[in-house]
Design a protein around this ligand. Structure first.
Ligand code: NAD
Ligand code: MG
Length: 296
């Protein structure tokens, strides 16, 4: 049985309850129980991104890792960015894809830094001989129960990571992107249904959605498409490393109509579609992958 076998989606992947688990941010996929499914064993490419050159942030784990695996198997060269502390997760992705003969360049570094974001774009262009897909996926999520405990430092770091970094990366990349290029930003269900303890995070995810809508109309003038994805609860290190309050982890995903967390491998196909030429008429859109929670 793989994701290509017809089956009941409610029981396709692990369901709550999960073991209690807490990690330091940014967290590692290899420390999670159960281990998230990023499609390592199963994703089958169809050549939909043959010859493309993709920069993916947060590609060491979670949604970004699933996208990196899918894009590489669809035929793209990859530059992956992540934080130095996540090198153990990143090495797993690099080893897997290089063993399959794929071209992967790893560039660790902190996206809260404008100069690093600009360097990342330029090094990606150098490494791949161009750039035609950007997946701005890295994100910071830290749950805080009471607004009086939400520090300015956290508020600032959440906005720098989730809003400023995509702005800096996309702005730097524009002169390099040919017509036909695609940009995909990871927003969230939080842009539509903000949780009371995710004030800063929800605000950034709504900002990303609005930024994509505004840029959709602007960038198509250059033949570039930009879209967003709004995932619901997905089983990634973001959640047990402070994204949720620790007591919420065992029941993570139970609240959505499908009553389970999604796996990164279930989100990646939308990123493949949005990057591919099949999505030629899809512009400024935000695709929900939410387990049934309405985004309208
Ligand atoms: P994840 O922890 O696997 O990925 C997030 C990545 O962001 C990390 O791997 C890290 O490399 C990167 N990152 C964070 N801060 C960074 C910084 N300062 N510099 C460079 N990289 C940094 O978790 P994920 O859930 O796959 O997260 C990916 C995206 O999905 C995020 O934008 C998140 O907001 C979004 N999202 C996740 C969920 C969910 O339930 N997991 C739901 C909706 C949206
Ligand atoms: Mg990670």
């Amino acid at each position: 049985m793989t994701q290509y076998t017809m089956q009941d989606p409610r029981t396709q992947y692990p369901q709550p309850s999960f073991d209690k688990q807490v990690q330091e941010a940014p967290g590692l996929a290899k420390e999670m129980t159960p281990k998230p499914d990023h499609g390592e064993e199963t994703y089958r490419g169809l050549g939909r991104l043959d010859g493309r050159k993709a920069l993916i942030t947060g590609a060491d784990s979670g949604i970004g890792r699933a996208v990196a695996i899918a894009y590489a198997r669809e035929g793209a060269d990859i530059v992956m960015n992540y934080l130095e502390e996540e090198s153990a997760d990143a090495r797993e992705v690099i080893r897997l894809l290089e063993a399959e003969g794929k071209k992967v360049t790893a560039i660790a570094g902190d996206l809260k830094d404008e100069t690093f974001c600009k360097d990342l774009v330029n090094k990606s262009v150098d490494a791949m001989g161009g750039l035609d897909i950007i997946v701005s996926n890295a994100g910071k999520q830290t749950a805080v129960e009471d607004l009086t405990d939400l520090t300015t430092d956290q508020f600032d770091a959440t906005f720098k990571t989730n809003v400023y970094a995509p702005f800096w990366i996309i702005r730097e990349a524009i002169p390099h992107l040919p017509p036909g290029a695609a940009i995909i930003v990871t927003s969230s269900i939080q842009a539509y249904q903000p949780s009371p303890h995710l004030v800063d995070y929800a605000a950034t995810k709504a900002a990303e959605k609005a930024m994509v809508q505004a840029l959709g109309a602007q960038l198509i003038e250059k033949g570039i498409r930009i879209n967003a994805v709004a995932p619901g609860p997905i089983w990634t290190p973001l959640q047990p490393s402070g994204g949720q309050l620790p007591e919420s982890i065992p029941d993570f995903g139970k609240q959505v109509p499908i009553k389970r967390a999604g796996q990164p491998v279930e989100v990646a196909p939308v990123y493949v579609f949005l990057a591919s030429q099949e999505a030629s008429y899809v512009i400024g859109e935000t695709y929900g992958v939410t387990g049934g929670n309405p985004t309208g």
